[in-house]
Design a protein around this ligand. Structure first.
Ligand SMILES: Cc1ncc(COP(=O)(O)O)c(C=O)c1O
Length: 499
């Protein structure tokens, strides 16, 4: 066990102080942020200087030889040499040999501060020993899967139901993508309506019907390669924070089959890359009630990271259905679940003897004992030590430090956080204005240059010992002590001085 974890978990006075920490200490001033986003994308980009970029590339060529060799080998057998969409692959993906707490070490022995945290699930930090030990016990007794009920399945479901205000029952599935698919099907089965409205820019996994309006609002089927038009025929998108547009869609849909569900990432699209106003979810709830649509919160990212009760407890808004993933199994596989009101959830009844009308979902490995044990103990430990609060404090400290450096160096970058989700917008590629068709066309070219800048920033962070999510997002964890955060801030400053 790392010292970091010991310091957080077992120092009694420290644990007492941690217990009171809120997961989301402050909600950003959203109007001010949008003004700053606008300013960021209006002015010329401020990338790393070309000579400094040479230095960054030298790091990869000289210090990451084994990773490079593996990346080259991977290209022969893996499309593009990388399987994970979040694996940062500029100039090539690093191969990781060890991960523990707040740090990762690559196959060449280079150590990094891990602000990717696998894309969010490891709220306790990587490879937490308390969870690993319980998983090993399950493996020793019944192996990873039996196909029958296991006690941990019930324990995990009970813990989720106790924690999340909108969840009375849970059905465990394989991933966030599967759970969103299932939730949409369930909403249609329950309401007997067909339209689904999502918020432009949001990511809800890669199912046929939801590769729609991804990353940038208003982009509709832009990324729907290999997806027939029919699959997205009843998917719609609204711009974030635009409640009038949502109302208009709901009104129109009422005349042609009705809206089954409004699907939101409760912090705003892409984990709050385009943050919503604090009151937004409450108003979406009211619109859903008015038009008889179900409100689905996709809490794949916010579930347990925004506190044990998720974003729904934070905002005090109860969705009809909740989609969970990531933290649900603490970084172990099979991270997906649908939760919700009993009356709706009963349409997901499982088992071979079922004759009732149901929305069919399933999975050979769903709810396997290994993942259920991992999830149960990860969540129990997260609750015991208030991991979301500790990670949130780390996010706050990091964000404030970044803002201070950015201001001192006179850079146009924008940083803000929702607890342990820290956004660091330097290129602004995800913030380009796509609010009408002319702007959308203009954006396509500009996005390319800004994406290159984001990749270069990400590579520079890596070369300075910082692993981020795609160079623009940071997940802090329970393992991020003040020392880790302050070390990271020095490294970020070194990168910003290369601009
Ligand atoms: C909000 C949201 N929903 C759904 C998903 C899809 O989850 P998974 O990658 O487990 O399929 C993600 C993944 O990043 C997500 O961020």
């Amino acid at each position: 066990m790392s010292n970091t974890v010991i310091a957080h978990s077992f120092g009694n006075s420290a644990a007492d102080a941690n217990a009171a920490l809120p997961a989301i200490p402050t909600w950003p001033d959203v109007d001010n942020l949008y003004r700053r986003f606008d300013a960021l994308v209006r002015q010329p980009m401020r990338p790393i200087r070309a000579d400094a970029m040479d230095q960054v590339m030298r790091y990869f060529n000289e210090r990451c030889r084994r990773s490079k060799q593996l990346a080259d080998e991977a290209k022969a057998v893996i499309p593009g040499g990388v399987q994970h969409n979040l694996a940062f692959n500029h100039p090539f993906p690093l191969a990781i040999a060890q991960a523990e707490g707040a740090h990762m070490t690559d196959v060449d022995g280079n150590r990094y501060i891990d602000f990717l945290q696998a894309g969010g699930p490891t709220l306790l930090g990587s490879n937490h020993p308390a969870v690993r030990q319980k998983v090993n016990e399950v493996l020793d007794t019944c192996g990873p899967v039996t196909g029958l009920l296991h006690e941990y399945e019930v324990k995990l479901a009970e813990l989720v139901c106790q924690s999340m205000p909108g969840v009375e029952m849970v059905r465990l599935l394989g991933s966030g993508t599967e759970a969103v698919m299932g939730a949409v099907r369930l909403a249609r089965a329950y309401t007997r309506k067909k339209w689904v409205v999502k918020i432009g820019g949001a990511y809800h996994g890669w199912s046929d019907q939801l590769v729609f309006g991804m990353r940038l609002p208003g982009t509709g089927r832009m990324e729907a390669v290999g997806i027939p038009r029919g699959a997205t025929a009843h998917t719609q998108e609204c711009h974030p924070n635009d409640l009038d547009a949502l109302r208009r869609k709901l009104q129109l849909n009422r005349l042609r089959g009705g809206t089954a569900a409004v699907l939101v990432e409760p912090f705003g699209p892409e984990s709050g890359t385009r943050p919503v106003h604090r009151d937004y979810n409450r108003q979406v709830r009211a619109l859903c009630d008015e038009f008889g649509a179900l409100l689905i919160f996709d809490e794949v990212v916010t579930g347990f990271r925004a506190g044990m009760g998720g974003a729904q407890a934070y905002f005090g808004v109860t969705p009809d259905l909740t989609v969970l993933g990531k933290c649900l199994t603490g970084g172990y596989p099979m991270a997906g679940a649908i939760g919700g009101r009993k009356e709706v959830m009963m349409l997901l009844v499982g088992g071979i003897g079922t004759t009732s009308r149901r929305a069919f979902v399933g999975g050979t490995l769903s709810a396997n004992p290994l993942s259920c044990a991992a999830g149960y103990h990860a969540l129990l430990e997260a609750q015991r030590v208030n991991a979301a609060g500790v990670a949130g404090r780390a996010g706050e400290r990091l964000c404030q430090g970044l803002a201070e450096i950015i201001e001192r160096l006179g850079l146009p970058y924008v940083t803000y956080n929702m607890g342990s989700i820290v956004h660091l917008q330097t290129s602004g590629v995800l913030l380009l204005d796509t609010s009408n068709i002319v702007k959308l066309i203009r954006v396509k070219n500009e996005a390319r240059a800004r994406k290159t800048m984001m990749e270069e920033m990400g590579a520079a962070y890596t070369a300075h010992g910082l692993i981020t999510l795609a160079g623009s997002r940071i997940y802090t964890s329970f393992a991020d002590t003040d020392e880790v955060v302050d070390d990271a801030l020095n490294r970020f400053e070194d990168v910003f001085r290369l601009v």
